[in-house]
Design a protein around this ligand. Structure first.
Ligand code: FES
Length: 201
């Protein structure tokens, strides 16, 4: 399969396809997330609780990896808005996944600087190493490979973003095995020099 440019952006995942996910299992925030969300909402006027939708959706993904319809309903209930308003956010922003993804989501920038510096070959190397196609997840559920638009680090192209948090820069196809094996053995701690936030459990 050719990766570029026949592969539509975010095919099957993001806003380009107004995908309404299956209802999925019942969803409720953990007590910790619910408490965090309520604390966050105190930073906004009561009539502006909708400002916390993005944070709430990050919590959903921290709990179950992707956003289901049941999760959107729960967020709407907690925030005090409609499910449609939550879905508007989910389908607008590319960092929310409406289908299951791996523990590590590897998003390769394919915009100009990265494309000129070999992003397509990096994507191909990732896919070959992991035996997947773009937008697929490895059988062990560890890795999902995606293509992405500009990640804002154009001077250090090509760039791979891991889990929406870690910019792995100046990547070449030969760097792929070490990146993957580092994640397998040491998790996100292997991404030295990146901004480490929180590893999904
Ligand atoms: S073009 Fe890849 S980070 Fe901007």
């Amino acid at each position: 399969m050719s990766f570029h440019p026949q592969m539509p952006y975010g095919e099957g995942w993001h806003k380009s396809e107004r995908f309404i996910p299956e209802e999925g299992p019942a969803f409720a925030f953990t007590p910790e997330h619910r408490a965090q969300l309520e604390e966050l909402c105190t930073h906004y006027p009561p009539e502006r609780r909708k400002s916390a939708i993005i944070s709430a959706l990050y919590m959903v993904q921290a709990q179950q990896g992707h956003v289901t319809l049941n999760a959107m309903r729960h967020v709407a209930e907690v925030i005090g808005c409609t499910t449609a308003e939550v879905e508007d956010v989910v389908t607008y922003y590319v960092m929310f996944f409406t289908r299951p993804v791996g523990k590590y989501v590897l998003q390769v920038c394919r915009t100009l600087s990265c494309a000129l510096n070999g992003a397509e070959k990096v994507t191909a190397a990732l896919c070959k190493h992991l035996h997947v196609q773009p937008n697929e997840t490895t059988a062990d559920g560890l890795f999902t490979v995606m293509e992405f638009e500009c990640l804002g680090a154009c001077d250090r192209a090509p760039v791979i973003m891991v889990n929406n948090e870690h910019w792995h820069e100046c990547q070449q196809p030969e760097d792929v095995p070490a990146l993957i094996e580092g994640l397998r053995t040491r998790g996100l701690a292997a991404l030295s020099g990146c901004h480490l936030v929180k590893e999904r459990t």
